[in-house]
Design a protein around this ligand. Structure first.
Ligand code: GLC
Length: 461
C-alpha cells in the first residue's frame, strides 16, 4: 500500500500545533504496520535532507518553477519537500514580527497544492491522503485523481480567499466556490472519496450548525463518506516510565508515589511551597479555540478550592497578555510560561500536575488530555469534540470515570467541574482508581492506524 501524505506540519520538522503531532504519530505507526507512506511538506527552508534527489514538477506557470526534493530527514526518514517561491519562511503561517498571517498564504498553499497534484501524477500512489485546507486545493489540479482521503483536523481554518483564485483551478473550479469567495476546504469536502474527522464525536458535531463552521450541510450531503477516527498519541514519547524529563520514572502501579515526586519538583520550579493546594496544569496553544479566557476567569476561585495554576503555552499575544497579567497580579497562585514552547516543561507538567485543564470551545480531537491521562493526571475538560470520546466523567460513571467534563462550555461550567474534580481527587481511593484507569487505556496510534489502513484498502483494492 503506497500512500502519498501531504501536510503543512509534521513533527518535529515543522510544528505549530496538534496537526504536527497527529500526522507524525500516524505516519510512524502506519509505517510500522507495513504501509509505504511518503509525507510531503512545503520546503520551509530549515529542513536538512540527506540522500537527496530532486526533480522539477509540472505545475501551472503562475506557480513559477517548483521542485520536489526527495530525501531523508533525521528520524522522520523519507520525505518530499516542495521547493517553490514563497514557501520558505521562518513560520509556516504567520509573520513572527506582526503575528499576522503571511499576506500571500493563499498563493503559497495553492502552489503547494498544485505541486501535490503534479507529484501524485508522477508517483501514482494507491491513495492520496490530504490533511486540512493547506493541501485541499490539490484536488482541483488533477483531471483523474487517485483514490483520495481528506482528514479534517479542524474546520476552524478553511483557507478562504479571493474568488479570483477560482480562475486558476483547472478542473471543475465551481467546487471551490463558496458564496463570493474561494474555499479550498469545501472543494475537497465535495470531491474526495472519504473524509476523516479526527474523532467520532467531531464527525457528529460537524453536521450541526453550531460546530459545522458553515460546512454542516456540505458534510451532510457526503453521507457515509464521512467517518470519525480518533487520533492517538506517540506512546514512545509520552510515557512516564521512560520519559527522560521525569526525574523518577513511574507506572500505573506506583502512580501515587511517582506523581507526588513529580509534583514536588514542579512546585519547586514555580517557587511555591507545598501548602496542600492542587496544581491545575495547562499545556496549550494560545488561540481562541482553547478557552484560555476561561482559565483566566478561574483565578478568583483558586483560593477556595484551594488550587494553583501552572500554564505553559504560546501563540496569540492578547491571550498571552491576559495570562501574564493574572500571573503578575497573583504570583502566589499563577505561574505562566508564555514566551516559548518548552517541551521538557510540558512533560514535567503532565507528570506533576494534579488536574489537567482543557476548557476548549471546540476540540476536534485534542491530544493533551490523552497525554495527561498517560501520566496519571486527571483531565477536566469541556464536553466538546474528541474530549467526549476520550474522557469519562467520574460523577456520571464512578466505575469507569477517568476525568471530568463540564456541563456547559463557560466559566460556571468550568468552576463547577474543577470543584467536582477537587472533591473526588481528595478521596485517595477514587483518585488512585481514576489515575490507573486513565493510564491503562491504550492511547497509542495502533488501533487508529489500523482503521486508516482498512479505509485505504477499501478505496484502493
Ligand atoms: C487540530 C485540532 C485538535 C486535533 C489536532 C490533530 O489542532 O484543533 O483538536 O487534535 O488538530 O488532529
Amino acid at each position: 500500500m503506497r500512500i502519498l501524505f501531504p501536510t503543512a506540519e509534521l513533527a518535529p520538522l515543522a510544528r505549530v500545533g496538534g496537526l504536527a503531532e497527529a500526522t507524525a504519530g500516524l505516519l510512524k505507526m502506519l509505517r510500522m504496520q507495513g504501509a509505504e507512506v511518503t509525507p510531503v511538506l512545503p520546503d520551509y527552508g530549515n529542513i536538512e535532507l540527506t540522500d537527496e534527489e530532486s526533480f522539477d514538477l509540472d505545475v501551472p506557470s503562475w506557480c513559477g518553477p517548483v521542485r520536489a526534493r526527495c530525501g531523508r530527514a533525521g528520524d522522520t526518514g523519507e520525505v518530499i519537500l516542495i521547493d517553490a517561491a514563497g514557501l520558505a519562511r521562518p513560520h509556516p503561517y504567520v509573520d513572527p514580527n506582526t503575528g499576522d498571517g503571511w499576506p500571500d498564504n493563499d498563493a503559497r498553499f495553492f502552489t503547494f497544492s498544485a505541486a501535490i497534484a503534479a507529484l501524485a501524477g508522477v508517483l501514482k500512489p494507491d491513495v492520496l491522503h490530504l490533511n486540512d485546507w493547506h493541501t485541499a486545493a490539490s484536488i482541483g489540479f488533477m483531471a483523474d485523481p487517485p483514490p483520495t482521503v481528506l482528514t479534517i483536523h479542524t474546520l476552524g481554518y478553511q483557507g478562504v480567499c479571493d474568488a479570483n483564485w477560482l480562475q486558476r483551478i483547472p478542473f471543475d473550479p465551481w467546487r471551490f466556490s463558496w458564496y463570493d469567495v474561494a474555499n479550498p476546504l469545501v472543494g475537497a469536502i465535495r470531491s474526495v472519496d472519504k473524509i476523516i474527522a479526527v474523532s467520532p464525536n467531531y464527525a457528529r458535531e460537524m453536521l450541526t450548525q453550531e460546530q459545522g463552521m458553515g460546512m454542516h450541510l456540505e458534510l451532510e450531503r457526503r453521507g457515509d463518506a464521512l467517518v470519525g477516527i480518533r487520533n492517538g498519541i506517540d506512546t514512545s514519547i509520552w510515557n512516564p516510565e521512560t520519559d527522560p524529563h521525569v526525574a523518577h520514572p513511574y507506572t500505573a502501579a506506583d502512580v501515587e508515589e511517582g506523581s507526588k515526586i513529580a509534583k514536588a519538583a514542579l512546585l519547586e520550579e514555580a517557587g511555591w511551597d507545598d501548602d496542600g493546594s492542587l496544581i491545575l496544569g495547562v499545556v496549550s496553544r494560545l488561540v481562541d479555540q482553547k478557552g484560555i479566557d476561561l482559565v483566566a476567569g478561574l483565578v478568583p476561585y483558586l483560593e477556595t478550592i484551594p488550587a494553583k495554576l501552572l500554564l505553559l503555552g504560546s501563540g496569540l499575544q492578547h491571550i498571552a497578555d491576559e495570562i501574564r497579567a493574572a500571573a503578575d497580579e497573583r504570583p502566589d497562585l499563577v505561574w505562566a510560561v508564555t514566551d516559548r514552547f518548552d517541551e521538557p516543561l510540558a512533560h514535567r507538567i503532565f507528570a506533576g500536575a494534579d488536574l489537567f485543564l482543557m476548557p476548549s470551545r471546540f476540540e476536534p480531537c485534542g491530544l493533551a488530555q490523552m497525554q495527561a491521562m498517560a501520566y496519571g493526571t486527571v483531565p477536566v475538560a469541556t464536553r466538546v469534540g474528541g474530549l467526549v470520546d476520550t474522557i469519562i466523567d467520574t460523577d456520571e460513571n464512578r466505575d469507569d470515570g477517568t476525568g471530568f467534563l463540564t456541563i456547559t462550555t463557560d466559566l460556571p461550567g468550568l468552576v463547577d467541574a474543577v470543584h467536582r474534580a477537587a472533591r473526588s481527587y481528595r478521596l485517595a481511593a477514587r483518585r488512585k482508581a481514576m489515575r490507573k484507569r486513565g493510564m491503562s487505556i491504550d492511547w497509542s496510534w495502533d488501533e487508529p492506524a489500523r482503521a486508516h489502513l482498512e479505509l485505504y484498502h477499501e478505496l484502493a483494492d
